[in-house]
Design a protein around this ligand. Structure first.
Ligand code: IPE
Ligand code: IPE
Ligand code: MG
Length: 253
């Protein structure tokens, strides 16, 4: 995957975001956590518009982790209801803007209405080219690696594949993001410095960016600061800084 990243581009091709801090945002205002999640949807709309405008090709947002089922039942239910209503409200507009919506994660755990809405949003926007929006819901990076491994094992058992034919390319084709490039910029809002089982394989060479804004406060200047920070980094992919500088001067990738 790292070979598919553009080492010299100032704009990340693939941005992944852990949208953290909705609950604390609400608590600071003496409001229920669900109020923070509602406010978080506004920040999601802002982020999609901003990164599409910036020329980002893939935006992957962590909406619900496989571990988030451990939250109180009423918070989980209100999040599920919010997913359905947000998709209902926003799919047409995203479609008009040329955004392709795709869900990654184990959707078998969702109730029927949510599953149907996910499929409808995906179908409606399937051919859009401007930017792909991957929504990670009931997603875990370890789950993704495991389900890819299981699929490859099945192919070996069926005689379609030999174990020694399994390489990075074949493995990536079985991940939940088969046609996505590697993550270039990995953002986490909300002040924590951890990856929380998000895109583990896909972020192998991502630039990590942690900021303290709570997700509902993540506004355009904060997003621009993340892009500026990314543009200031030298991505070496194992090479020396001198090698990268020579290639940049020669205009090679
Ligand atoms: C992230 O915000 C949104 C989800 C996990 C769905 P949190 O709900 O984790 O907010 P904090 O971390 O409690 O502030
Ligand atoms: C990660 O946030 C998942 C999402 C943003 C959906 P959490 O707030 O659940 O992460 P931890 O548990 O604090 O690491
Ligand atoms: Mg959190």
């Amino acid at each position: 995957m790292s070979s598919r990243s553009d080492i010299h581009s100032n704009i990340p091709g693939h941005v992944a975001i852990i949208m953290d801090g909705n609950g604390r945002w609400a608590r600071k205002r003496m409001m229920p956590r669900s109020f923070g999640h509602k406010k978080g949807v506004e920040a999601v709309r802002r982020a999609i518009a901003f990164f599409a405008h910036a020329g980002v090709q893939q935006l992957t947002l962590f909406a619900f982790s496989s571990e988030n089922w451990n939250r109180p039942q009423d918070e989980v239910s209100s999040l599920m209801a919010l997913f359905v209503s947000s998709l209902q409200k926003n799919t047409d507009e995203l479609d008009e803007k040329g955004i392709r919506i795709r869900f990654i994660g184990d959707r078998s755990a969702f109730h029927d209405a949510l599953r149907r809405q996910i499929e409808a949003s995906e179908d409606q926007t399937r051919d859009n080219q401007r930017m792909t929006l991957n929504i990670a819901a009931n997603y875990g990076g370890q789950w993704d690696i495991l389900q890819a491994s299981r699929r490859l094992a099945e192919q070996c058992r069926n005689g379609e594949l030999r174990p020694d034919e399994i390489d990075e390319k074949r493995f990536e084709a079985c991940l939940s993001t088969p046609d996505a490039a590697a993550v270039d910029l990995f953002i986490r809002t909300g002040g924590e410095r951890r990856i929380s089982n998000f895109l583990l394989w896909q972020s192998a060479y991502a630039e990590l960016y942690f900021c303290d804004q709570l997700w509902p406060d993540f506004d355009e200047p904060a997003m621009q600061a993340a892009l500026d920070d990314f543009a200031s980094r030298q991505r070496r992919f194992g090479r020396t800084g001198e090698q990268v500088e020579r290639k940049t001067a020669a205009g090679e990738g």
